[in-house]
Design a protein around this ligand. Sequence first.
Ligand SMILES: CC(C)(COP(=O)(O)OP(=O)(O)OC[C@H]1O[C@@H](n2cnc3c(N)ncnc32)[C@H](O)[C@@H]1OP(=O)(O)O)[C@@H](O)C(=O)NCCC(=O)NCCS
Length: 173
Amino acid sequence: MNIRKATENDVNGIAHVHINSWQTTYTGILPNQYLSSLNIEARKKNWKRNLKMLHSATFVAENAKGEIIGFAAGGPEQTHEPLIQGEVYAIYILKEYQRQGLGRKMIKAVIHELMKMEHKNLIIWALKDNPSCGFYKALGGRVIAEKTVKMAGIKLIEVGYGWEDIQDILLHL
Ligand SMILES: CC(C)(COP(=O)(O)OP(=O)(O)OC[C@H]1O[C@@H](n2cnc3c(N)ncnc32)[C@H](O)[C@@H]1OP(=O)(O)O)[C@@H](O)C(=O)NCCC(=O)NCCS
């Protein structure tokens, strides 16, 4: 498995992983109708824009065939949490490649970029019902914030896992 910085040529692969991973992760959390309506063209458009954003970093993971099987992105904190500087915006890996240590490696790549940007602390938001919250707990994250969000017409709780010192997460990677 190879991890590298994403380029604009990766929008197809990232959008595919994004939709596929949302569908496997959020079944039972978000309505099926919403999940099956996720549109690849809309995702590609979003990612084209995201990849042009200055001050943010996106990495992709490729399998032996060079196919994108995961992505992770981060940059300056975007949700206006006071005192927090850095944020991992998203990390998604196709189901068949999960729990093989790839998440740790991908988040490490993003954290190094956040440190280069001189962010001293970190937040990662996740839906409270997402079993992957176990990943953030395993990396030493503590719930420091909680909010209600509306997604697909329903209200859901998001929790913010925080690291007071961004260096602390490296101890778990
Ligand atoms: C969350 C995710 C990025 C983690 O990546 P990963 O490659 O599967 O995780 P790793 O193999 O690096 O796991 C590291 C440790 O985190 C913990 N962990 C990971 N996934 C977990 C889960 N679903 N439940 C509980 N603990 C978990 C474990 O302690 C694991 O160590 P172990 O496998 O030796 O027990 C990946 O599983 C994923 O893409 N999940 C679906 C999408 C998602 O929910 N993304 C996050 C949205 S906020």
